[in-house]
Write a protein that binds this ligand. Structure first.
Ligand code: SAM
Length: 183
């Protein structure tokens, strides 16, 4: 089994006009994705934000659940929140995790050379180095990231006739982890 981690990017992501922007940290993303990542035995959950004040906010939320009153009140959150690692760039996440890691990007849109969940699951069960699964905020990851990634996972699809599949990142992360890591 290969080493697997997830990263949530707040930069570089795009807005609804396709412009590159920085988004604000959402508290719920931190708890919910950390708990999903912990449940599916990922090694780390990187929260990527270029702004120091936003990183400090994420670290404060983390401390609340690992050391503060939150830890005493709801101890079930301590272990998941301990795996959260707050960094300033995707490059920093890579160097903190594994300089040679594969990067697998995600989005609601299919790309031509996308990696199916079936193949991705098989790959994770085989030999190989580590994998960092990258999720976006705002209107999704900046397009250059898909081009530079090792692989782009196929989107989670909808049975609806109009194909609507725009999930919250919390829901998307949980579904991706389940498809790749469930026993
Ligand atoms: N404001 C939104 C929220 O409430 O979470 C953030 C949307 S952000 C674009 C959602 C991220 O979740 C995407 O960048 C991608 O990583 C993932 N995502 C969303 N829908 C998806 C799908 N159908 N298949 C795969 N990943 C998806």
């Amino acid at each position: 089994v290969r080493r697997i981690a997830a990263a949530l990017l707040h930069y570089p992501v795009v807005d609804r006009h396709g412009r590159v922007v920085t988004t604000a940290i959402t508290n719920l993303d931190l708890h919910d994705i950390a708990r999903s990542a912990h449940t599916y035995a990922l090694e780390a959950f990187f929260v990527v934000h270029p702004v120091a004040a936003q990183r400090a906010l994420a670290e404060r939320v983390q401390r609340h659940w690992t050391h503060g009153s939150g830890a005493r009140r709801i101890p079930d959150r301590t272990a998941p929140m301990s795996m959260l690692r707050v960094v300033s760039s995707l490059e920093d996440a890579v160097s903190a995790f594994d300089a040679d890691t594969e990067i697998w990007t995600t989005s609601a849109r299919r790309v031509a050379s996308g990696l199916s969940f079936e193949n991705a699951r098989a790959r994770l069960r085989g030999e190989g180095g580590s994998v960092l699964i990258v999720f976006g905020t705002g209107w999704g990851l900046c397009p250059e990231l898909y081009a530079s990634a090792t692989a782009h996972l196929d989107p989670i699809l909808s049975p609806r006739p109009d194909g609507y599949n725009h999930l919250s990142v919390r829901a998307a992360a949980a579904i991706v982890f389940d498809r790749l890591m469930s026993p």
